[in-house]
Design a binder for this molecule. Structure first.
Ligand code: DGL
Length: 273
């Protein structure tokens, strides 16, 4: 029997759409519901407890919509909320950090890995512990990039401010001789060409979208949760912010038509918890 329940995906904003894009092309027969918590963005400068609470509320809200899996398409929420969220929800939770750490350890030749992420992701130390578990001899250099999410959410990916910020954040990783750099925030793949130019061709950039989509597909298959492979799936969007703004910016991130975006109040999320 095909499992017709949708897959729930969330992020603080539009960054998680880079993950949803890969999910939609990897599993065109599945339905998805995406929630962007724009009213409370950015998550990066917030406290651990705040982001844990937001993830808890959104996870329970999506579960209440009847999803068969929750995908945390936000590195910041993953880094501080994941073990708790997995304990709290009845449905499986897939997230973005483990696949990236794994891919980076596999890719590096000189065992010097760089991490670009939000303040809270860097402070959580999650990547360090994962990299150490996978290869105790690999060295991770982390750089917090507080300027990037607000710029990207404002629709800015090519201005002088973006170029200056990318140069500033890339410099310590170049100095450390990293041959592999994790773009550890789901917003950053939108700046991939800019980062690739800053680092040069010899540096491998790792990001979560395709690795995560593969993990979602494998988990659904192994659990027998797949929908009918011959159908074309549907997807829909919810935001705690302005639906019109989400729609305009969202299409650039999703690279697919977005359709309608519905508003969901923060109060509704709080009630779900
Ligand atoms: N896309 C989120 C992440 O992956 C951005 C966090 C933020 O809102 O600061 O970390």
């Amino acid at each position: 029997m095909p499992d017709s329940r949708p897959v729930g995906v969330f992020d603080s904003g539009v960054g998680g759409l880079t993950v949803l894009h890969e999910c939609l092309v990897t599993m065109p027969h599945e339905d998805f519901v995406y929630l962007g918590d724009h009213a409370r963005l950015p998550y990066g400068p917030r406290t651990r407890d705040e982001v844990r609470r937001f993830a808890h509320e959104i996870g329970l809200y999506l579960q209440g919509l009847g999803v068969k899996m929750v995908v945390v398409a936000c590195n910041t929420a993953t880094s501080v909320a994941l073990p708790d969220l997995q304990g709290e929800l009845e449905v499986p939770v897939v997230s973005v950090i483990v696949p990236e750490a794994h891919a980076a350890v596999q890719a590096t030749r000189n065992r010097r890995i760089g991490l670009l992420a939000t303040e809270l992701t860097v402070a959580s130390g999650r990547y360090e512990s994962l990299v150490r578990t996978l290869d105790a001899g690999a060295r991770l250099t982390s750089v917090a990039c507080p300027k990037l999410v607000p710029l990207i959410e404002a629709g800015d990916t090519f201005s002088d401010d973006v170029m200056a910020a990318v140069r500033e954040y890339a410099a310590p990783l170049k100095d450390a001789g990293c041959d592999t750099v994790i773009l550890g925030c789901t917003h950053y793949p939108l700046l991939r060409p800019v980062f690739q130019r800053a680092f040069g061709r010899d540096v491998t950039l790792v990001f979560s979208a395709d690795e995560t989509a593969r993990e979602v597909a494998e988990t659904l298959a192994r659990k027998g949760f797949e929908n009918d492979g011959k159908r074309e799936g549907e997807y829909r969007f919810l935001t705690t912010g302005d639906p019109e703004l989400f729609r305009t910016l969202g299409e650039r991130f999703l690279q697919l038509p977005l359709g309608d975006v519905e508003h969901v109040g923060v109060a509704e999320l709080e009630e779900a918890a």
